[in-house]
Design a protein. Structure first.
Length: 296
């Protein structure tokens, strides 16, 4: 069975076609048109090209930076704002003459890693994407868990757990609330914290380079970051106790995270015992599009 996945991002649309065992047969990426009907045209063209190239017809799954509301059937919460308010799955289904499944891109990431990635074979997978922002998704037995409101995994927009006095009311989030997890543990939040402490860097890569060279401000910023990451993930472990946590996004490439995190988690998880594996993703930036294909 041919499975076609589409990763619909704010700057690019990527399509991949997988055979039943997960082998990649086709891949193509194009810029995202910043208009709804043009986006439908682009996805339709990519799917048609994949199928004509392979001489096969496949199922279609789409990952988006938002969700389809289970109540209205319309896209909501997408930072690609031209998608909001439209029945994307229905409109694409009519064009492609088949049912199309649409899920949040972080849920697609979790599904990809649960099926044949770093969490292959695990029952409950919490997939975290930490980059410019911070999102997460949940896969249960290889299937995306959107939840009754369609927002399963939107952990980044809960408050940072166990805040210290000097953390309260210090950040503002685009969602309209203050002190969201995203504002502290995203790459953007990491850089912001470093600058507030007097550091001079404009990217996570620069901070990590300073850290490796023994810079004390970078070391202190990284220690604060790790403690906040541990608090945030311990909250998840206390609630759903996943079999594994998979990290993705640019921040997941910081190798120093993985040996340091287990001891920090133990400080915050109820009972002060925790052996939940926290691992780096297998498929990197390809995980979202592969997860979209695996929605079927």
């Amino acid at each position: 069975m041919l499975r076609i996945g589409v990763d619909l991002g704010g700057t690019k649309i990527e399509v991949v076609a997988l055979e039943s065992g997960g082998k990649e047969l086709f891949r193509k990426r194009i810029p995202t048109p910043r208009e709804y009907n043009a986006t439908l045209d682009a996805i339709e063209s990519l799917v048609n090209e994949a199928e004509s190239t392979l001489g096969l017809t496949g199922s279609v799954g789409v990952g988006i930076p938002g969700v389809v509301s289970p109540f209205s059937g319309l896209v909501k919460n997408a930072n690609s704002t031209w998608l909001n308010g439209h029945p994307l799955d229905i409109d694409l289904g009519e064009r492609l003459k088949r049912e199309v499944r649409v899920a949040n891109d972080a849920n697609c990431f979790a599904v990809s890693e649960a099926i044949d990635g770093a969490a292959a074979g695990k029952g409950v997978v919490f997939g975290v994407i930490i980059g410019t922002g911070c999102g997460a998704g949940v896969a249960i037995n290889g299937k995306a868990h959107g939840g009754g409101n369609g927002i399963g995994g939107e952990w980044g927009h809960n408050p940072l757990p166990w805040m210290t006095k000097d953390e309260f009311n210090t950040t503002s989030c685009f969602c309209g609330n203050q002190d969201c997890i995203e504002t502290f543990i995203s790459g953007t939040g990491f850089v912001r914290d470093f600058k507030v402490a007097g550091g001079d860097a404009v990217s996570v890569i620069e901070i990590v380079a300073l850290l490796k060279n023994g810079d004390m401000l970078a070391k202190a910023a990284f220690e604060r970051y790790m403690d906040r990451l541990a608090r945030s993930l311990a909250h998840v472990i206390n609630i759903i106790d996943p079999d594994v946590i998979v990290l993705g996004g640019g921040v997941s490439n910081i190798e120093a995270i993985y040996p340091k995190l287990p001891a920090l988690l133990t400080k915050y998880v109820l009972g002060n015992e925790c052996r939940t594996p926290v691992v780096q993703n297998r498929y990197g930036s390809s995980s979202g599009v592969r997860g979209a294909a695996w929605l079927w």
